[in-house]
Every structure is written in structure tokens, then in C-alpha cells.
Design a protein around this ligand. Structure first.
Ligand code: DGP
Length: 114
């Protein structure tokens, strides 16, 4: 497991508000929420960034998105809609180098982003 704050959350070494878990994916609330619902979906296998994903990781990446969408449906957020975001490296605004999908919901988002 990579030694990031998210690795520590996956290993239950530090607390987090965990709202979703399956064999491959953990979902927990973002510490600094940007919307009424802001959940991070992380693979238990630590990939630092999307750049590190290999063809063998295709199934895992799919599972991450399916987890986010499934959670949105379960929470009644899917019909109104939501935004999913993967930040990559400096220009993408990534600050934690354990790949994660942001699920943002509960308000309207603008496009293009800032
Ligand atoms: P990103 O910028 O895409 O790397 O997003 C990292 C997110 O992680 C950011 O929105 C804040 C959140 N975050 C950072 N540290 C912690 C933490 O210790 N716990 C939780 N729950 N979220 C964190």
C-alpha cells in the first residue's frame, strides 16, 4: 500500500468518514468538501496518478467509476446528476498521490471549470 494519507485511511491507521467499500474500492468523505456531497473513491491498490494506470488496470478503473455511480444512485443523487473528477499532477490540481475519483453532488456545477 502506498504511503499516502489515503493509504493510511485504507489501512484504518487514520480515521475517515467511510461511506462505501468493496473488495477493490474504498469511498470516504472529502475533508474539504466542495459540494454538499463530496466523496472520494480510491482503489485499494495504490496507483499514484492516472498516468500510472496500465492496461491491466482497466478493470480496476472501471470498478472505481461503477462504485461512484452506484453510490450516487443509492443516495438518490443520480437523476439530478453529479460530477466526477480525476485530478492528475500539478496542472490537474492533484495534491494526494493515490489515484482517486471525486464524486461531487448536491449542487449545480458550471462548465468549463475554472
Ligand atoms: P486532489 O486535489 O484531487 O488530490 O484531492 C485530494 C482531496 O483529498 C482534497 O479534496 C482534500 C482531500 N483530503 C486530503 N487529506 C485528506 C484526509 O486526510 N482525509 C480526507 N477525508 N480527505 C482528505
Amino acid at each position: 500500500m502506498g504511503d499516502t494519507i489515503f493509504g493510511k485511511i485504507i489501512r484504518r491507521e487514520i480515521p475517515a468518514d467511510i461511506v462505501y467499500e468493496n473488495d477493490d474500492v474504498l469511498g470516504f468523505r472529502d475533508l474539504n468538501p466542495q459540494a454538499p456531497v463530496h466523496v472520494l473513491f480510491v482503489p485499494k491498490k495504490p496507483l499514484p496518478t492516472l498516468n500510472d494506470a496500465q492496461p491491466d488496470d482497466a478493470e480496476l478503473l472501471g470498478k472505481l467509476l461503477i462504485a461512484a455511480a452506484g453510490y450516487a444512485k443509492q443516495e438518490g443523487l443520480a437523476e439530478q446528476g453529479y460530477r466526477t473528477v480525476i485530478n492528475c499532477n500539478e496542472h490537474g490540481g492533484q495534491t494526494v498521490f493515490h489515484l482517486h475519483v471525486h464524486l461531487l453532488a448536491g449542487r449545480r456545477f458550471t462548465w468549463p471549470p475554472g
